[in-house]
Ligand binder design. Structure first.
Ligand SMILES: [Zn+2]
Length: 312
C-alpha cells in the first residue's frame, strides 16, 4: 500500500474507538514478544496460562538471552570475579534460557513454544537507528563479544546484529505462526530494549502486511519498567503505573483466577537468577490482575532518524 493511501486509512482507524476489553478463546493464537527471559511472565504469565488452558496456542519470542547484565553475572559468581569474561556472560544467557523453559513448563507450555532470537541484550535500541543495515558493520555486544546470533539459532540466513535482520526474523515468525493476538512492551517502557521491541514489532508487522494481507492480529501492550512501578506494597491488585495514560484503549485490567495467579507465581520463581537479583520487583507482578493497553494505529518504518529508545 502506498503512503498516500495508508495515511487516510490510519486517520480513519484512529477515529474508531479502541476496545477496552481483552477476550481470549480456544481460537486465540497468542504471540508474546519478550525482550528478555522473564518479561513474558511478568507482563502476561496469567493470560498466557489462560490461553493455553482454553486450548489456544501460545508462542514466546525472546529477542535476547538477557546476557548483558553484569550485576546479575557477578551475583551468580558470588563476587568471585570482578570483571566477568565474555564466556561468563554467555553462560548467564544459557542459564536464563533454561529458566525460561522451566517457567513456560509451569504454564503447561514446552520448548517448542519458545524461540530465542539471541540478539544483543542492552543493544536493541542501537539497532533501530545506528546499526541498521549492512552499509555499516554489525553491532558487537560489549558483554558476550558476539556480533551475530549463533548460527544454530538464526531464522534468516547470515543474520547479524543489525536492525533489518531482527525485523526480518520477527516478520518470518509472525508470518509462520499467524497470531491473532500479539503482546509487546509499550514504547513508553523505560528500558531501552523494551521500547525498541515495540519499534521492531511495528516495523515487522508492516513487512508482514505486504506479504500476508489477511493477517490482522490484535496488538496489545504490556509494561514492565516505569519509574518505581510496580510498587512493593501489599495490595492484592496491580494498579497501572501512575502518570502513564492507558494508550488508545485506556487501561485494560485482566483479573486472574487463583489458579492462573498461582501458575504465574510458580513461573516467576523459575527465574532463579533474576529472583536472586531483584526478588521484590519480580514478585510485585504476581497480583490478582494484569494490566494492558492498546496502542493507537501506528505506522513505524525503521530505521528511525533519531534513537527514541536509547536516550532514556
Ligand atoms: Zn526485560
Amino acid at each position: 500500500m502506498s503512503g498516500s493511501l495508508l495515511l487516510p486509512l490510519l486517520a480513519a482507524l484512529a477515529a474508531v474507538p479502541v476496545p477496552r476489553t481483552l477476550t481470549v478463546t480456544a481460537d486465540t493464537r497468542l504471540l508474546v514478544i519478550a525482550p528478555h527471559p522473564d518479561d513474558e511472565i511478568l507482563g502476561a504469565g496469567g493470560l498466557m496460562r489462560r490461553v493455553h488452558d482454553l486450548g489456544g496456542m501460545v508462542h514466546v519470542v525472546y529477542l535476547t538471552d538477557g546476557d548483558g547484565y553484569p550485576e546479575g553475572v557477578r551475583l551468580e559468581e558470588r563476587g568471585k570475579k570482578k570483571n566477568p569474561s565474555s564466556s561468563d556472560f554467555r553462560d548467564y544467557g544459557r542459564r536464563r534460557q533454561h529458566e525460561a523453559h522451566d517457567a513456560l513448563k509451569t504454564l503447561g507450555l514446552d520448548e517448542h513454544d519458545a524461540t530465542f532470537l539471541r540478539f544483543p541484550d542492552g543493544g536493541l535500541c542501537k539497532l533501530t537507528h545506528s546499526y541498521w543495515s549492512d552499509r555499516h558493520r554489525a553491532y558487537r555486544s560489549p558483554y558476550t563479544r558476539r556480533d551475530r546470533p549463533p548460527e544454530s539459532d538464526t531464522i534468516v540466513p547470515n543474520a547479524e546484529y543489525r536492525g533489518e535482520d531482527l525485523t526480518l526474523e520477527l516478520a518470518r515468525i509472525i508470518a509462520e505462526f499467524g497470531p491473532t493476538l500479539i503482546l509487546v512492551p509499550r514504547k513508553e517502557d523505560q528500558h531501552p530494549d523494551h521500547c525498541a521491541a515495540w519499534y521492531f514489532l511495528a516495523d515487522a508487522l508492516g513487512s508482514v502486511a505486504r506479504v500476508v494481507p489477511g493477517l490482522a492480529p490484535d496488538v496489545v501492550n504490556y509494561i514492565v519498567h516505569y519509574d518505581d512501578w510496580p510498587f512493593n506494597d501489599d495490595r492484592a491488585a496491580l494498579r497501572p503505573p501512575p502518570g502513564l495514560r492507558g494508550g488508545a484503549s485506556g487501561w485494560i485490567r485482566v483479573t486472574l483466577t487463583p489458579e492462573e495467579l498461582q501458575a504465574k507465581r510458580e513461573a516467576i520463581r523459575r527465574y532463579g537468577t533474576q529472583m536472586r537479583a531483584m526478588r521484590s520487583f519480580l514478585e510485585a507482578f504476581a497480583r490478582s490482575n494484569e494490566v494492558f493497553s492498546r496502542p493507537a494505529p501506528a505506522r513505524v518504518v525503521l530505521p528511525t532518524k533519531s534513537s527514541p529508545c536509547c536516550d532514556r
